[in-house]
Structure formats: C-alpha cells, structure tokens
Design a protein around this ligand. Sequence first.
Ligand code: PLP
Length: 395
Amino acid sequence: MTSRDSKQWLIDEYKNVVEKGFDWQLRRLNGPSTPRCNIEGKEVIMLCSNNYLNLSNHPKIREAAIEAVKTHGAGSGSVRAIAGNLDLHEDVETILPEFKGVEASLVFQTGFAANAGMIPPMMNKGDLIISDELNHGSIIDGVRLSKADKAVYKHNDMGDLERVLKEWDNKAERIIIITDGVFSMDGDMAPMDKITDLAEEFGAMTYVDDAHGEGVVGEGGRGIVSEFKLEGRVTIEMGTFSKALGVVGGFVSGSQDIKNFGINKARTFLLSGSHPPAVAASQRASLEVMMNEPEHHKNLWDNIKYFQKELISQGYDCGDSASAITPVIVGESHKAKALSNALFEEGIFALPIVFPMVARDKARIRTMMNAGLTREQLDEALRAFEDCGRKLEIL
Ligand SMILES: *Cc1c(COP(=O)(O)O)cnc(C)c1O
C-alpha cells in the first residue's frame, strides 16, 4: 500500500496562501446592493460593486422577478436544449439583439460560461487564437480548452498585434483576436477600431468581452461596438447581465450563424441547467429599463466624470480610465491596503488591488462608480479619500 496524502495537502495549500497574504476574506453584505449599504453591520458607501447602473434593486426588475416566480415557478427543470427552454428565455433573446443592434444573441448561465463554452469549439488544431496579455481569466480558461495554437500580444499594443498577425499569416488556417473591451484593473478600453482594421486586413475574426462595457460605454450603454461605431464588423460581442445590468447571465451577440453554432457546440450551454424564471424575467426587465430610462446611464457618467476630476485635483493618479472603473494608484501594496482600511473606518467600501494582480509599484484602490450615488455621497467619499490620503502620507 502506498501512503498517499489525501488530507494534509489541503491544509498546506491553505497555509501557503495565508502566509503569502493572498487569501480572500469574504465580506458579508446584509441586504441589497445599494449605493449606501450594510457591510458586516457597518453602513458604508459602496465603491466596489459592478452594479454600475444601480439596477440590481430596481423596482421594475424586482417586480418582474416576483411575477415570474408566480407564473413559472422557481426552477426551469432542464437544460435549454432538452426541456428547459422557457418562453421567458426566448423573450430575452428577442429583445437583446434589438438593444445591441445585431442579428442574434444567445444567453449563457454566466459570462464565464459564455467564454469557456464559445471559444474552445470555435478554434481547432491548425487555427490560431491571439489574446491580449491582460484578458480576463474566463477567456484564458476558454483558450486553454481549445486545441488551437495560442499567441499573446502586449496589452493594447497594436504594433505587437500586427507583429503576431504577420508571423502567423501563412501558418494558421483561421485566426481570431480576443480582447476585453474594458479592462478590469485600469478601466481602460481596447482600441477596438484599430483591432478591427487589423483583423480585416488579415482576414481574422474578432471576439470582444465587454463585461465591464455593457451598459456603460457606447450609445445608451450599448457597449464597445457602439462606442467605436463598428456595427456589423465585430464577429462576436460577449457581455454579461451580472454587472451594469444588475442581474446574472452571460451572452454572445452577432450573426444568427454564431447563435446556431453556440446552441449546438458550446458545452456550457448544452450541459448546464437554464436560468430560473425569475432570472430570465429580470434580464428582460433590465433591458427594458435600459431602453426606457436613459437617466441611469447619464447619471453614471456625470458621477464618473465628477469623481475622477475631484480625485485628480486632490493629487491622486487615476491612470487611463475610460469607464466606470477608476483606479486610485498609490504605489506599494501596503499603502493600498492601509488606505482601504482607513476608508472603511470612514464608511467607504473600496478594495485594494495589489501585486501580483498588478505591478508591484502600481498597487491601487479600485473604485467602481454607481449611477445611484448622490452628489452629497460622492463628496463624503471624496473627503474621506483626501483625509485618509493625507494621514497616510500618500498625498
Ligand atoms: C466579470 C467578467 C466576466 C464574467 O462574467 P460573469 O457573468 O460574472 O460570469 C467575464 N469577463 C470579464 C472581462 C469580466 O469582467
């Protein structure tokens, strides 16, 4: 008999992350995610939720969820391909392409499932996937599951992307360029116009993960393709209901051919139960709110611009943000952690992002704006940033 270690390894693994300071401490939110909410019993201004448009507790969306439970029950009973394709799911896929201005959309359980399910079957042996070095983990996992060759280009570096395209031009059959639309660490945007031009020059496909851009950038929050006016030129736009749209669920938008392909080939779509009725009805209501109540999108941008301008005038470095994510870059990891703790004491909830998530000298507080924050609340948060920054000798 071998003496296999079936238990100690778990304890060792955990000890290891704790020693490095990389363990996650889950914070408990009591009640709904609102601009001012309750974390661990403390009233705080929420600055680290992806609920950018403040829709997660919107009365019409809540009402839609409650109503769907009454008419359709709690669960869907199956995967969509067998017996779990509800009228409510199809309603979402009727309205979503209208909102996006595309031929068709396909909804997945999550954005993660969309990337992990769509990318692998699209690209086979002999094909090439080209990926921005800062792409989201769900893209990285999707790429890993594919049998295609892989190449990475420097973040948003079009010269480097062109170098990769030239190098592989005669070696690869099909090529796809995959990028985040808005990058989650800096809130900066991919130069989608230039990526699309290069893709067309080399006959490559394009896939943009617009998880942080959907509902935020583009006309009325229609996303990055709308932002750059690239309608009809991007092969796949992937988005999520879990961030600005306030619900949960991923989706891909593009041609009817893309939808047909996803339904028949994406294993995360085929082999996993469909959304409960309340989720599908909330998604639809969220899209209706997007189309009928433009004020949320406008408020969001008014807040983003005000908050960024004031932080910069206090002397903070806010990087290259073009979205609802504003990094407040403070340098060493310990400074970012200390600032986050001090802010929490003052009733501001904003988390630090430190090495290895970002470079050693680029540790930051990552703030996420919310359309529902009032000017008074923003001023309260700004005062705390200034006071804490002075006390900790960051400013
Ligand atoms: C959040 C996020 C996802 C995952 O979306 P979910 O719907 O929450 O699973 C995928 N890509 C990017 C870039 C994200 O930020």
